[in-house]
Design a protein around this ligand. Structure first.
Ligand SMILES: *Cc1c(COP(=O)(O)O)cnc(C)c1O
Length: 419
């Protein structure tokens, strides 16, 4: 890993100019920080402020008329996200919707897709799942009078291993085939950065008579998704990680077309899920709009959604294929740089090495003193994050990180580990 390697890779990178379309935080020395935290909160696109200010101006100047005024009537604001989100998810525009936040969407879709019967009442998740997902699932079980001890199946990596094995997930689905109602798994696991092999898991869940949902918090905008072809029943995501939508940005959901017109599915309804043709006739009976939009409750939070338009436009121009190609190159470069710079005994990389099994993120254990290394990294201008008790996560993000960033991070990490 030399300065020249990084510089040559940056010089050949067709996406390099996109870094200038983002605001980058400064490090303690006043230089541009190396921001490797896109898995937690994506950087602000420079165009985001204009997207918000436009709507603030409409509100200021036109007030309630903004709901219907072209070119961006607020009553249809959510529709602007359908095509680009469909593109990111490998879904039809009608299968996706921008709404609420991740955990809210998870609850709403669990209401529809987790309907336990006395015979079929178990949920299978991964261990350790993201706490919010586990809370949501356990509270849904409790809502149906079910106990996690008997009805929650948690599949962990094997002893001494870090990542889940597809075969173990398939076996657990098989073992529970008589009783399984729902499988809920991540697209990319938040702690290890492992990208799951979705297609065989969907096939197994369906063969067992269960439904399957995905949490795409760490997957959307990071790895290629084919939700429609994979035949996933539903999915949810947030937009503030790789989608750069800003803190608390509007989240999203996917409902497979197979379920688009299922009026028999129980759902918690709200007026924004009602057929827009009759929504303002204010009928007493709820008639859901076909597709994912039928799960909306409220009129969309325009100011929490506007920055996402700027980011999705960037994704469109950069192109998902090119972003993924650069992502694999960046993360591969980070792995090689770390392996060169750190003695073997000190560094453990939890994230799988095979390209198909990871996105941007590398999760590391550094022994001893991982936490101290993390703190020194921050002082050296590298923004990473720390998950208790001992995991350092670094995510070079192809839209705004360079090979030079990765090199700087690897050197800072090696320095921090030595001192
Ligand atoms: C980030 C993340 C969330 C966040 O949930 P919110 O409802 O948006 O606060 C949920 N699940 C996973 C797996 C995450 O990584």
């Amino acid at each position: 890993m030399t300065v020249d390697d990084a510089a040559a890779l940056d010089a050949r990178d067709p996406l390099a100019p996109f870094a200038e379309e983002f605001h980058h935080p400064l490090d303690p020395a006043g230089r541009r920080a190396v921001y490797l935290c896109g898995h937690s909160l994506g950087l602000q696109p420079r165009a985001a402020a204009a997207c918000v200010e436009r709507e603030l101006a409409v509100w200021r100047d036109r007030a309630v008329l903004g709901h219907h005024e072209e070119p961006r009537p607020w009553v249809r604001y959510h529709e602007r996200f359908s095509a680009p989100l469909g593109e990111l998810c490998g879904a039809m525009p009608t299968e996706v919707v921008a709404m609420n936040s991740l955990t809210v969407n998870l609850h709403l879709l669990l209401v529809s897709f987790f309907q336990p019967t006395p015979a079929r009442n178990r949920i299978l998740i991964e261990k350790p799942a993201f706490p919010s997902d586990r809370y949501a699932v356990v509270s849904q079980l409790a809502f149906h009078g079910l106990e996690p001890a008997a009805h929650l199946i948690e599949v962990a990596p094997r002893p001494g291993e870090q990542c889940l094995r597809t075969e173990d997930l398939l076996a657990a689905i098989g073992r529970n085939r008589e009783h399984l109602a729902l499988v809920l798994l991540p697209g990319v696991q938040y702690l290890t950065g492992q990208c799951l092999e979705v297609a065989p898991l969907v096939a197994a869940a369906h063969a067992a008579g269960a439904r399957i949902g995905l949490d795409l918090a760490h997957a959307i905008g990071n790895v290629p998704l084919r939700l429609h072809d994979w035949d996933v029943d539903f999915a949810v995501w947030c937009s503030y990680k790789y989608l750069n939508g800003g803190p608390g940005a509007i989240g999203g959901g996917f409902v497979h077309e197979r379920h688009a017109r299922r009026v028999d599915l129980p759902r918690f309804a709200g007026w924004w899920g009602h057929d827009p043709d009759t929504r303002f006739a204010m009928p007493a009976e709820f008639t859901p709009v076909a597709g994912a939009q039928g799960w909306q409750l409220s009129n969309p939070p325009v100011l929490a959604a506007a920055p996402l338009l700027a980011s999705l436009d960037l994704f469109r121009r950069a192109g998902l294929g090119r972003l993924r190609e650069k992502s694999l190159a960046l993360t591969g470069f980070l792995r090689r740089s770390l392996e060169e710079a750190l003695p073997r005994g000190r560094l453990e990389i939890l994230t799988p090495r095979e390209p198909a099994a990871h996105g941007c993120q590398l999760s590391l254990r550094l022994r001893p003193g991982g936490r101290r290394v993390f703190e020194r990294l921050a002082a050296a201008g590298v923004v990473a994050d720390w998950r208790e008790p001992d995991v350092l996560r670094l995510a070079p993000t192809p839209a705004y990180n360079s090979f030079g960033d990765v090199r700087r991070a690897a050197i800072a990490l090696a320095d921090a580990a030595r001192s």
